[in-house]
Design a protein around this ligand. Sequence first.
Ligand code: P6P
Length: 339
Amino acid sequence: MKNHKTLGEYIIENQKDFQYTTGELSRLLSSIKLAAKVVNHEVNKAGLVDILGNAGDTNIQGEDQQKLDIYANEAFMRTLSNREIVCGIASEEEDDFVIIEGKNRSHDNKYIVLIDPLDGSSNIDVNVSVGTIFSIYRRVTPIGTPVTKEDFLQPGNLQVAAGYVVYGTSTMLVYTTGHGVNGFTLNPALGTFYLSHPSMKFPENGNIYSINEGYYVHFPQGVKDYLKYCQEEEGDRPYSARYIGSLVSDFHRNMIKGGVYIYPTSSKAPQGKLRLLYECNPIAFLAEQAGGWASDGYKRILEIKPTELHQRVPIFVGSKNMVADAEKFMAKYPQDADY
Ligand code: P6P
């Protein structure tokens, strides 16, 4: 990797992009880099060490917590807390947000982080790739006071940074600070991330659709109509169906090849399944920064005003012309816009 920039070098070089920052955001991104390496080490040996299988506990979503879920959550919570950079963290694995106090009980740090520490964790036991998703905001309540829920319930268009780690055939960290999307690949021998995918761009069109068609009969009519459109023999259709049950991996592939990922409402999931704050907003920020789009089928994800920490929303995200096509079918059924 002689001529590839490292993630550390990239963060320092682009420090100037962050107005008024004293290097805190850079240090915050570096702490995420460290946590990603720690989790990657465990994920890559999951088959060998007895940390597979359910931990016996369940999270607020009522989902079985796999031991790696807990491990990843603790790794990111610990790394983010130790660096005196964030004043609060919300996680899929934590029932409520966590107030982070500095050494002298300071609440002087100005960033908050929302995280899905190990998305797609049901894939762990079958050796399919999983991911970490993170979202970073500036706090909105006075510095020096403990963070409140108001700091976490900000619309996605106020994110200062967002990204994911995909633990796949190689481990990549992909993130944006509002100046485009860049992908870094881990060289495990050196423990260093190298810039391997500069300025990632969603192809405007694509021929991959990612959705769990097993729920077809439960989908809104607009989604059923769009799926039939994808399967018709016309022009560049039928499209290919690619869905591996891991949002980060499906999104990452679609961003490189072109495609759309849909998790809609259904009679089984009236609000959809994915969480707005630590899945849909960061993924939507990345999509838009890469020239793609993300909506709930009707309105832009990044403009949704959050009301609850773990609220779920439907999501249509990917190549902007494919999302637009799906929205045309959804628009025929305005009654499905409310969830
Ligand atoms: P289903 C994983 O649990 C996840 O949050 C996403 O990563 C994935 O795309 C989706 O849920 C899979 O859900 O209902 O199709 O199994």
